[in-house]
Design a protein around this ligand. Structure first.
Ligand code: GLN
Length: 554
């Protein structure tokens, strides 16, 4: 990695509407800098007052992304890791809640020596301190990219914008860059694109003293040169700093699109970094394979939030990465666990080659998941259970193979006579909700001769957790006697981390969340092998079908 003197900072704000893809834009520019050999990290500033998204419903917030150091963070951190391959920590996500928490704790301690504690300077100072601190991690970064959540003009993001204004002054204009992501809508009826919302959004930024250095304009149609010139003139930018950010079919195309337009070189020049050719060859290959695979395989995901795909963001992306390594597109078939419960599993599995049960909380839909797992186990359909998915698989096995008809998790039935899944002792006394689960990276020792060991090709792994309940070791003798294999165990506390079934083509359950560590060009080994097993199943089924047709015809 090169060392370029002063750390450089790039702020990303969004205007007009939310959900324009600020996280993907920041991650993409991060990738372009990384491809030029710079050491890069990305942080997210979230304006909400929750301390972290851990207590938020998936309906409100989508997936909670867990870091190695056990922080529950925004799902954009998942994109950052997948795009720039820098391991995120709790420093990479700051919320208004955390900032006030810190300032108020200091005030109670008497640190402010009788002063009135105010948004400016105390809150803004704490925001700036956290940005600087993020740049110091892991040896010191050349470039820190900072995504500001929300939309310019929101009351709650004002202190962040004010902090950026002060920060630019303190760090020097040459070391700080402001990128603004905006929407340029296309009005179909008149066949025109409209620049006014962008002008207004930049006006709002300038009101608070921030002048964007670069605009990324989300559009569904090409941005005509006249529109670019007009935006540049009204927003006080050179036209070459106004970029079109067209809708693309895969998020992984965005860095390539930006590079083609010259975004990477402009950022480098603006920040006084050394210009050079980026190495994007691996990335280009990856995108080619995402867009044009040799085949497909269909995998069912049975969960509770299946119409809310943001809740399973990392799983969806892990299937993109593992699809590439198997040269297939993984088509996901979303099954609502309550529907499976009501109608029975058989009718849903005719066209699928694998079943994944993701993580989740609460009793609703559990019986549907258990029925789906039973079907996959009995029919030899590859199965991958994640966290709650493993727990359901153990309950299913205990009920239908070990004869413990009432087996359950105490999460769903606190008085079950067969609590095969139970609270860990350390969890029993926990009353506070936020940040109190088993969170973050834990070691796991793998058993040789298992699918899991074969996938990882190593005896010890580290994976991320987010749960309260565990396999109850008291039931291991009876489960094992009937053929459940314990493929991975935590060497420090002896908890079960991975289960498998011996007499099944591929049946793996993990207590951790492997999807959080799958990256572009480094698909997670278990996802890779699960997709391979699903493909093998699909081919096997096709062969059988052909044989049947042959026999019918002769
Ligand atoms: N509800 C389960 C537990 O708390 C599983 C959690 C999960 O799937 N992340 O243990």
């Amino acid at each position: 990695m090169r060392d370029k003197g002063h750390t450089k900072y790039i702020f990303f704000t969004g205007g007009v509407v939310s959900s324009l893809g600020k996280g993907i834009s920041a991650a993409s520019i991060g990738r372009l800098l990384k491809a030029r050999g710079y050491n890069v990290t990305i942080i997210k500033l979230d304006p909400y007052i929750n301390v972290d998204p851990g207590t938020l419903s998936p309906f409100q917030h989508g997936e909670v992304y867990v870091t190695d150091d056990g922080a529950e963070t925004d799902l954009d951190l998942g994109h950052y890791e997948r795009f720039i391959h820098t391991t995120m920590t709790r420093r990479n996500n700051t919320t208004t809640g955390q900032i006030y928490y810190t300032v108020i704790t200091r005030e109670r301690r008497g640190d402010y020596l009788g002063k009135t504690v105010q948004v400016i300077p105390h809150i803004t100072d704490e925001i700036k301190r956290r940005i600087l601190q993020a740049g110091e991690g892991d040896g010191r970064y050349d470039v820190v990219l900072i995504e500001v959540g929300g939309t310019v003009g929101d009351i709650e993001s004002q202190p962040f914008l004010e902090a950026i204004r002060q920060f630019t002054l303190e760090q020097g204009h040459q070391n700080v860059m402001n990128v603004h992501l905006t929407l340029v809508p296309y009005i179909r009826a008149s066949g025109e694109i409209k620049t006014k919302p962008t002008q207004h959004s930049v006006m709002k930024l300038r009101e608070i003293g921030l002048q964007p250095d670069m605009l990324l304009c989300r559009t569904e149609v090409p941005l005509p040169p006249e529109a670019r010139d007009k935006i540049a003139l009204f927003c006080s930018l050179l036209p070459e700093m106004v970029f079109e950010a067209r809708d693309v079919s895969s998020i992984y195309e965005v860095p390539l699109l930006f590079e083609k337009e010259g975004v990477g070189d402009r950022v480098v020049t603006r920040l006084g970094l050394e210009p050079c050719e980026p190495d994007l060859s691996g990335w280009k290959n990856f995108v080619r394979k995402v867009k044009d695979p040799s085949g497909y395989v269909r995998i069912a995901i049975c969960g509770k939030y299946t119409n809310l795909h943001d809740s399973y963001k990392s799983i969806i992306e892990a299937f993109v990465h593992s699809g590439v390594e198997n040269d297939v597109r993984v088509e996901l078939k979303w099954l609502d666990s309550e529907e499976v419960e009501a109608k029975g599993p058989a009718q849903f599995f005719g066209d699928v080659a694998g079943l994944l049960i993701p993580g989740g909380f609460g009793e609703r839909g559990i019986e549907g998941k258990i029925a789906a797992i039973r079907h996959a186990r009995e029919k030899g359909i590859p199965f991958f259970g994640i966290c709650l998915g493993l727990q359901c698989a153990v309950i299913e096995f205990a009920r239908h193979v070990c004869g413990l008809a009432e087996a359950n998790s105490t999460e769903f039935n606190p008085s079950t006579p067969a609590p095969v899944i139970d609270l860990m002792e350390t969890q029993v006394q926990v009353a506070q909700k936020g940040g109190t689960m088993r969170l973050g990276a834990y070691r796991c020792r793998l058993e040789p001769g298992t699918h899991t060991h074969e996938a990882y090709q190593t005896a010890e792994i580290s994976e991320r957790h987010r749960h309260r309940y565990e396999v109850n070791n008291d039931f291991l003798p009876v489960l094992k006697a009937q053929g459940l294999r314990i493929a991975g165990t935590n060497p420090d506390n002896n908890l079960v981390e991975v289960i498998e079934l011996g007499d099944h083509p591929w049946f793996v359950g993990v207590q951790f969340h492997p999807e959080l560590k799958s990256r572009v060009l480094h698909a997670h080994p278990l996802f890779r092998e699960f997709v391979a097993a699903a493909l093998a199943y699909k081919h096997h089924q096709q062969e059988n079908d052909e044989k049947e047709t042959f026999h019918e015809d002769h």
